[in-house]
Each structure stands twice: as C-alpha cells, then as structure tokens.
Design a protein around this ligand. Structure first.
Ligand code: P6P
Length: 377
C-alpha cells in the first residue's frame, strides 16, 4: 500500500496515514501519533511565521531561562515545546517523551487523568502499543529572529519492557513503583539505539513548511498548503542522489577537526575527490534546513568531532538518530566518521555524537579518510 498511496501525489497526510493504517492495522497507533505531530507542526509553523509580528522573537523572560543545554531559551523554544508535548500527551499512545528542552524524560504521570477524562466522555480509548517520543521542538531556534529556516525533529521508538511496567505503575514483579525507579525506567525506555526507531522525521519551517518522515518503508515529503490547512504529498518516495556536489560543515571549526576531515574537505575544494569535480559549500547553521537540502540535492552534511567538541555538537537521540534513519531510508549513509549512527545506544538523553550524513558515495568517500587514520572513532 505504501507504494500505491505514494502514487497519489497531492493526497493529504491525514488521508495518507488513514490508508496506511487501514492496510497495516498494527500502525493504527502511529497514525494517531502522526496526526498529532502534524497538528503541532501546523501550530509551530504559524508561530514561527508570525514571530516578528507577535513579538515572539528574542529570549524567554529577560533571558534568565536556561535549558538543560545551558543555553538561554528563546520564547519560541518554550512555547513550541509545550505545543508538541501537549499534542503528543493527549494521544494516549505515549508512555514517555524526551525533549531537548527537558532535563529528563517525562513520564505520562497524568496519564490516569487523561484516561479518566476520556472514560467519562464518549471517546473510547483502546489500549494500543505504547511508544517513546524524542524530539527537538525547534531546532536552530537562534535563527528565527533573522527568518532563517528552522525545524522540528522527532523520533518514535517502539516500547520496551521498561515502558510496559511504567504503564502498570508497578514493577514487573507487581510491587508499586517508587518515583526513583519510575524515573529510572523512563530513562531506560528512552535510551534506545536508532535501529529501534519505528518512525522519524522533521518539519522544516522555511519558504514553505515541509513535513518529511519515514515509517521504515521509504521517505515521503508533504508540503503545508495554507489554503486548505493540510499537508499534501509533494515529494513521494524521496531518494537521495548517490553523489552530490555540495559539502555542508561549519568551516570555522576546520583547524579543530581531526585530520581525516580536514584532508577530506580539502580534497573536495581542490577537485581532487573521487568525482574529480570541485564541490560548493552551503551551510545554513540550522540542521533541518541543511539536511533537507542534502536529501533533495545530494552531497554531505555534518557536525564532526573536533578538538573542542570530541563528540561533536548534535544530540544523538533527537537530532542525529532520527535524521540518520531518514537518510538511510532514502538510500544514503549516516556515520560518526567510521561507525553507523543508528547502532549507537545512548548513554544519556542529551548525549552528543559526531554526525556525518548524506549521499552514499560522498559519505563512503569521507569514511575512507577516517578508516585510513589510526584515530579512534
Ligand atoms: P554551529 C542549531 O543550534 C544546531 O543545533 C543545528 O541545528 C545546527 O546544525 C548546528 O547547531 C549549528 O551549529 O556551531 O555551526 O552554529
């Protein structure tokens, strides 16, 4: 069904997910999650588009709100995080969510209240699979004030054993769960490798809003049509070109990069790479925009390890892993330098990881420089 629905260019995302879950009943819960995510993205798109008009640019309060990253929170960081949390929370499908803006994973501790409210209403909430959502509500938000593209990144993991016992508020042996072990189990259910992702994607807020995601069977892109208030299928079955001619790294860090990266980029600049052509440099400083361009035009994007940041800058759980899933599903590669990003099990919710992703031949060429070096990955 995935292929047939993809031929229906112009189909709305709502209809697309309905067809997919009708043909794949086990994806019913994912349909509910995707519909909540698209609603949140429509709201965030409007908030970003009107930020300068509604004075939602600038920092939260008078700049005294610091997030877990130690960064000053923008007004929109806080607001978009609330929008996404509320949208996901009321699906009743999530047990845990982890956000760039939250210190620790958030368990659905008010899940009972939600169920009680729903039980008192005529909405029947069937218990479905439970999922763990990880997201960056507004990646690159420091660019909003200058109307540079920004985006939402999300990853949905299948539930694990720890997640199941969160549901029963008891340990697997039936004893009531104390807050500490509940928090520990929240964390454990969140720290999963990218290979456990069942869905991942981003919404780019730029000249248009584009929701691009995968359910593990290819990548499809939907564009927000403000005339009808729906995301419509405009980029069915996205395949990243085998090789591009654009490299996308912050070259201000060049002299801190490991030597393999320095040598690789120099070869591209000199036209001495495998393609024999000189590459162009494009770097927005907003991951979603750089990844979207790389997905459509081909080439290579990354935030490699450097002397100042041995693990790079990008976060594994809600930036690198979801984007790695997308890029691999589109036929590309996503590495830390030598190793596949999707196979790394996070040690912490906000763990950083070196990230190099894009066209298969470009990333393999870059890896050949790392493999030739004795530096540990
Ligand atoms: P730099 C935005 O802050 C972000 O997390 C990514 O969106 C982006 O790719 C990267 O950081 C840019 O970092 O150090 O090049 O400005």
């Amino acid at each position: 069904v995935f292929d047939e629905v993809c031929e229906m260019s112009g189909v709305t995302l709502t209809r697309y997910m309905m067809e997919i879950s009708r043909a794949n009943p086990h994806l019913k819960e994912i349909e509910s999650l995707m519909n909540s995510i698209q609603t949140a993205c429509k709201t965030i798109s409007s908030l970003v588009n009107r930020a300068c008009i509604t004075k939602m640019t600038g920092y939260q309060d008078d700049g005294c709100s610091i997030n877990v990253q130690g960064e000053q929170q923008k007004k929109l960081d806080v607001l978009t995080n609330d929008v996404l949390k509320k949208a996901l929370r009321f699906t009743g499908r999530l047990t845990v969510l982890a956000s760039e803006e939250e210190d620790e994973p958030v368990s659905m501790e008010d899940r009972e209240r939600i169920y009680a409210d729903l039980r008192n209403s005529d909405v029947v909430l069937e218990e479905g699979n439970k999922y763990v959502a990880c997201f960056d509500p507004l990646d690159g938000s420091s660019n909003v004030d200058a109307s540079i593209p920004v985006g939402t990144i999300f990853g949905i993991f299948a539930s694990g054993e720890e997640t199941e016992c969160l549901l029963d508020d008891e340990d697997l042996d039936g004893t009531p769960m104390d807050p500490e072990s509940r928090a520990a189990k929240c964390l454990m259910s969140t720290l999963q490798p990218g290979t456990n992702l069942v869905a991942a994607g981003y919404c780019l807020y730029s000249s248009s809003a584009h929701l691009v995601f995968t359910l593990g069977r290819g990548v499809n892109g939907f564009t927000y049509d403000t005339h009808i208030g729906e995301f419509v299928l405009t980029h069915p079955n996205i395949r990243i070109p085998e090789r591009g001619q654009i490299y996308s790294f912050n070259e201000a860090n060049r002299w801190d990069w490991d030597s393999p990266m320095q040598e690789y980029v120099t070869s591209l600049q000199m036209g001495q790479g495998q393609s024999g052509k000189r590459y162009s440099s494009r770097y927005i400083g907003s991951m979603v925009g750089d990844v979207h361009r790389t997905l459509l035009y081909g080439g290579i994007f990354g935030y490699p390890a450097d002397a100042q940041n041995r693990d790079g800058k990008l976060r594994l759980l809600y930036e690198a892993a979801p984007m790695a899933f997308l890029v691999e599903q589109a036929g590309g590669l996503a590495l830390t330098g030598k190793n596949r990003i999707m196979e790394i099990r996070p040690r912490g919710v906000h763990q950083r990881v070196p990230c190099i992703l894009g066209s298969r031949l470009d990333v393999e060429e870059c890896r050949s420089f790392y493999n030739a070096s004795k530096d540990p990955d």
